[in-house]
Ligand binder design. Structure first.
Ligand code: NAD
Length: 254
């Protein structure tokens, strides 16, 4: 029956950037649907995320890793396997943004954003895909894209490049991995209330311009991503490959 296909009991999900914002909302959603979570964090500890997930009766493993390099990729995968014995779902959510005019954009702001948002996401996907192939049971990879996977944006050169690139990666990974029953898709959040958008929301003029352009008339919240995440992590999406599901209150349709 169809609702059964959405259930994630006995599934193990790695979620990067799980202690704040959208990653926390996604980890909560997957755990509410039944999954155990290996939560990757860097600076903000995972206590709050862990408390909520354990209260649901799910298992939680906290993994500290700085994803600015691919160094921790092997460790994240091995720790998850040691603890849970398998991996079923990977959510590449960790990401940063740097804001500056094109004319003044620095090489460091380019490299840092590209390394975390794009390079590490690729190599973590590659590592997890190798595990999926070994396990012979398929698997799910969900990349957190952006409106800037489709639009140019303003003052965010490396972010736009990384999120547009992440959409390209979503497609090639889907193409090459579909034959192993691995689904690779993206969620493209619109303008969401998290740390990432704090400067935008603090700017009264930009905040008003953005809110007025959102057909739903409000910014999104981490809770708004739960449904899309559970769908793309579940058997209900087994024939969905290489697609970006926008959760944007209608922004792209405007
Ligand atoms: P956030 O700043 O709360 O979350 C970013 C997460 O990434 C944090 O948990 C952080 O610890 C983690 N992270 C950052 N650098 C890291 C590093 N070097 N190593 C390991 N982890 C690191 O903001 P958010 O809005 O929740 O962002 C989550 C994702 O959603 C990002 O990829 C972001 O680009 C994307 N996104 C956000 C919005 C929005 O409107 N907020 C819109 C579209 C896409």
């Amino acid at each position: 029956m169809i609702l059964e296909q959405f259930r994630l009991e006995n599934k193990v999900a790695i979620v990067t950037g799980c202690s704040t914002g959208l990653g926390q909302g996604i980890a909560y959603g997957l755990a509410e649907a039944g999954a155990d979570i290996a939560g990757v964090y860097n600076t903000t500890d995972t206590l709050e995320t862990e408390r909520y997930i354990k209260k649901l009766g799910r298992r939680f493993l906290s993994i500290k890793a700085n994803l600015i390099s691919t160094g921790p990729v092997h460790d994240i995968i091995e720790k998850t396997l040691d603890n849970f014995g398998k991996i079923d779902i990977l959510v590449n959510n960790a990401g940063i943004i740097r804001r500056e005019e094109v004319i003044d954009f620095t090489e460091k702001d380019w490299d840092d954003v590209m390394n975390i948002n794009l390079k590490t996401a690729f190599f973590l996907s590659r590592g997890v895909a190798r595990v999926y192939i070994r396990q012979k049971k398929g698997g799910k990879i969900i990349n957190i894209a952006s409106m800037l996977s489709f639009q140019g944006g303003i003052r965010v050169s490396s972010y736009t490049a990384s999120k547009s690139g992440l959409m390209g990666l979503t497609r090639i990974l889907a193409n090459e991995l579909a034959k192993y029953q691995i689904n690779v898709n993206a969620i493209a959040p619109g303008y969401m209330i998290t740390r990432n958008t704090a400067p935008l929301r603090a700017d009264k003029i930009r905040n008003k311009e953005i809110t007025e352009r959102i057909p739903a008339g409000r910014w999104g919240t981490p809770d708004d991503l739960k449904g899309a995440a559970v769908f793309l992590a579940s058997d209900a999406s087994k024939y969905v490959n290489g697609y970006a599901l926008a959760v944007d209150g209608g922004w792209l349709a405007r």
